[in-house]
Write a protein that binds this ligand. Structure first.
Ligand SMILES: Nc1ncnc2c1ncn2[C@@H]1O[C@H](COP(=O)(O)OS(=O)(=O)O)[C@@H](OP(=O)(O)O)[C@H]1O
Length: 189
């Protein structure tokens, strides 16, 4: 009799602990569902270029996809990024075409050696962030509010121009760090 009396209270907490575990699991499931819901909602509201299906024809010179929801709707920096993307796609296509027909004439403006790489791949390598770190070949100097950012954005649309994303402030703030730091910033900013 003493044994059964002792066994009964010991068996009682078991369903309660299961219930607690179930409650915790349910809470975590609901929380993760909520997080997923929030993330999905946020992704939907993010602006971004949409590439039209079927527009990326290999034969199409301006191909590589037409960006819908055009630059007019985007802020200037995103429009510039979209233009760069488009130019990069064109470059890739031209390069592929050149590889397919080695006798064909080189692309106009061929800035391969200019861009610091070997041959025509230099520009592409730099655009992809694979180029060598080097000092700039041109520097934009201007007073504050003089429109230097606009000038930079116009220049960087060209496929042979690679520009840092933010001002490195080498000459006014980081001069003591030396040229090695400066050239390193060229591809890390
Ligand atoms: N083409 C042209 N004509 C007239 N105004 C122009 C032009 N391009 C740029 N801007 C205006 O220049 C302002 C930004 O200049 P900066 O890029 O030099 O700005 S910064 O000092 O580096 O922050 C910024 O002015 P605010 O909008 O008053 O800030 C730009 O609108």
């Amino acid at each position: 009799m003493a044994v059964s009396a002792a066994a009964a209270p010991a068996a009682e907490p078991l369903p309660r602990s299961i219930f607690k575990k179930f409650l915790v699991m349910l809470c975590s499931l609901l929380m993760s569902l909520y997080v997923f819901y929030c993330l999905a909602d946020r992704c939907q509201t993010l602006p971004g270029p949409i590439i039209a299906a079927g527009a990326a024809s290999e034969e199409d010179e301006g191909g590589g996809g037409e960006f819908l929801g055009g630059s007019a709707e985007l802020p200037p920096w995103q429009a510039a990024a979209a233009r760069r993307k488009r130019l990069l796609q064109r470059l890739k296509q031209r390069r592929r075409r050149q590889e397919a027909a080695p006798g064909a004439e080189p692309p106009a403006g061929g800035g391969g050696s200019r861009a610091g790489g070997s041959g025509g791949g230099g520009t592409l390598a730099l655009l992809l962030g694979e180029g060598s770190k080097r000092l700039p070949q041109a520097i934009i100097i201007g007073v504050k509010k003089g429109g230097t950012r606009a000038l930079l954005e116009f220049l960087r649309v060209h496929p042979d121009v690679r520009a840092v994303g933010a001002e490195p402030h080498f000459f006014d703030r980081n001069y003591e760090r030396g040229l090695a730091w400066y050239s390193f910033r060229m591809l890390t900013l």
